[in-house]
Design a protein around this ligand. Structure first.
Ligand code: SF4
Length: 533
């Protein structure tokens, strides 16, 4: 028999008024006791402050799934801290004294306990960092490196400074060498190749039948948070009927083991494939668990390597997965801090259309968009190719403002934190940073979606047509996008072949596509691409 888990009511337990010199603040995406701040506090004397503030759930339109994910995981983590003897002051969303701002809750708690200093792990967002830096006029604020990550911002800056462009592949190779991951004794990549993506672009020839992922039933704490979110944010996007994300460290480890044992083997070959009614496929779905720090990246890649060595899993699957953890994830975070807060305002292609309503409802007759957005509303999730090549690609070629789509990703996904969403969206999906993250735009026509999914078989549009009533909107917008960006793309060597196809078009063909693109934008009610005066 195990002891009954303390319930959420215990979070309101009075921590007393006794003096504490230090206040340790733990943010919603910092749910780990391995942070160096824990070595600095006096357990049982210093106060740990965790707050559910409206400011964090509303500065972009946060989906119900995302808000429940963060709040439930925070509550479970706080209860574990209390059980292990920490003094935790936990401010719930519906606490009548809650001022709903991180800064004022920190000041209020510091005053109550006569605390003179605040300890904090480096946050995942420029805005939050600025909030705590501003507190320095009232309190001593010590900000510690986030050792969850494998590479610190200073190390990344050292690597990045002086380079003409920041190519992830080179960063990744250095990571492989430094960590000794999938390397031979002679310092070469195992199998001789660094990257096996050529083997990882298979579509499904017939309906796939992947194993069910581990998805725990919500416990009392999660159900209480779900009711709170429904009550407090009834108009927030998304649905909660099926919330089954892991929210504890134990559940997160279970989810990792389930992926490694059941799906990693087939992850690689089909990582870019899509299929109707199959949101999970062979993907890991652990990004929210790593980004909230319920999992450590070291244990994640180590588990994949161990499976490779013990079960002889295919290298293309293991390498593709490990690259996401030690390469892409660390690279993206490095770019976020290297580029600074101004990065959020980049709009290199000068696009200004608004986000179509279907991003909030999935109500569209474009089958691919419907099937890529529905899991976002149901689960706060879609896999990386649905994000990059369907919802992101559509925003890029339709001329949506990069911040409109970036805020959508930040608010709607359970794994979204600013450091990960911004460079992935502005840089990778929208080419809005002018080529820092991706050296060419990830623009694609309906042909790509047809090749990688069965979506087009269920669509009223024709993936072969680029103009006309039944033309695939991805085709119309793709060619319209290339035509209107001929000037910037003519300077990009990686676009030369593609732009030759535009040059081969007659002037009247180009005019027709431009006209159809404009009509399509009107029909979607998203305004023009150009800035409004
Ligand atoms: Fe999407 Fe076009 Fe295919 Fe329809 S035809 S599913 S809009 S790519």
């Amino acid at each position: 028999m195990t002891a009954a888990r303390p319930q959420s009511a215990q979070l309101s337990a009075d921590v007393g008024r006794s003096k504490s010199d230090r206040l340790l603040i733990i943010l919603g995406d910092q749910l780990t006791t391995t942070a160096p701040t824990f070595d600095r506090i006096d357990k049982g004397r210093d106060i740990i402050l965790m707050c559910e503030v409206e400011e964090e759930a509303t500065h972009v339109a946060s989906s119900k799934q995302r808000t429940v994910m963060f709040l439930s995981a925070m509550r479970h983590f706080a209860l574990d801290l209390i059980k292990s003897g920490h003094r935790v002051r936990y401010i719930k969303l519906d606490d009548p004294h809650n001022t709903h701002s991180l800064a004022s809750e920190a000041k209020r708690t510091a005053k109550q306990h006569n605390a003179t200093s605040i300890l904090l792990t480096y946050p995942g967002e420029h805005r939050v960092l600025a909030t705590f830096e501003d507190l320095e006029s009232d309190l001593e604020v010590e900000i510690f490196p986030d050792t969850h990550f494998l590479v610190q911002p200073e190390q990344f800056n050292e690597w990045a400074d002086g380079r003409k462009s920041l190519v992830m592949e080179y960063f990744y190779r250095e990571q492989r060498r430094a960590l000794g991951v999938l390397m031979t004794k002679q310092g070469k990549p195992v199998s001789g190749a660094w990257n096996l993506d050529k083997e990882n672009r298979q579509s499904f020839k017939r309906a796939p039948n992947p194993p069910e992922p581990y998805r725990p039933e919500p416990d009392d704490i999660t159900r209480e948070v779900m009711a709170l979110v429904e009550r407090r944010f009834p108009d927030a996007p998304g649905r909660l009927a099926d919330f089954r994300w892991p929210v504890t460290r134990r559940q997160a480890l279970h989810a990792l083991r389930s992926f490694i044992s059941d799906r990693l083997e087939r992850f690689g070959a089909h990582q870019d494939a899509m299929w109707t009614e199959q949101p999970w496929l062979y993907h890991s779905h652990i990004s929210p668990l790593i980004n909230l720090k319920l999992l450590d990246p070291r244990e994640v890649y180590a588990a994949a390597i161990e499976a490779y060595e013990e079960r002889s899993l295919p290298l293309n699957s293991v390498e593709g997965f490990v690259r996401q953890i030690i390469g892409w994830r660390e690279f993206i975070r490095g770019v976020y801090w290297h580029q600074g807060p101004e990065y959020a305002d980049r709009n290199a292609l000068d696009q200004h259309a608004t986000l179509p309503d279907c991003y909030w409802t999935a109500d569209t007759d474009m089958a691919c968009m419907h099937h890529a957005i529905t899991p976002v509303l149901d689960h706060g999730y879609s896999h990386h190719i649905q994000r990059l090549m369907v919802t992101g690609n559509f925003a890029l070629i339709a001329g949506i403002h990069p911040r409109a789509i970036s805020d959508w990703y930040l608010g709607m996904f359970v794994d979204a934190v600013d450091w990960v969403t911004l460079p992935n969206t502005l840089g990778m999906a929208m080419h809005a940073d002018g080529g820092i993250v991706g050296t060419k735009p990830y623009a694609a026509s309906g042909k790509y979606i047809k090749r990688m999914s069965n979506y087009c078989e269920h669509c009223r549009y024709d993936p072969e047509k680029r103009t006309g009533e039944d033309a695939c909107p991805f085709n119309t917008f793709y060619w319209d996008f290339l035509i209107r960006n001929q000037h910037p793309f003519s300077k990009n060597q990686r676009m030369t072949m593609i732009m030759k196809n535009v040059e081969r078009m007659t002037k009247s063909q180009q005019t027709e596509i431009t006209h159809e693109g404009r009509k399509l934008r009107e029909r979607l009610g998203i305004g023009g691409v150009e800035a409004r005066s």
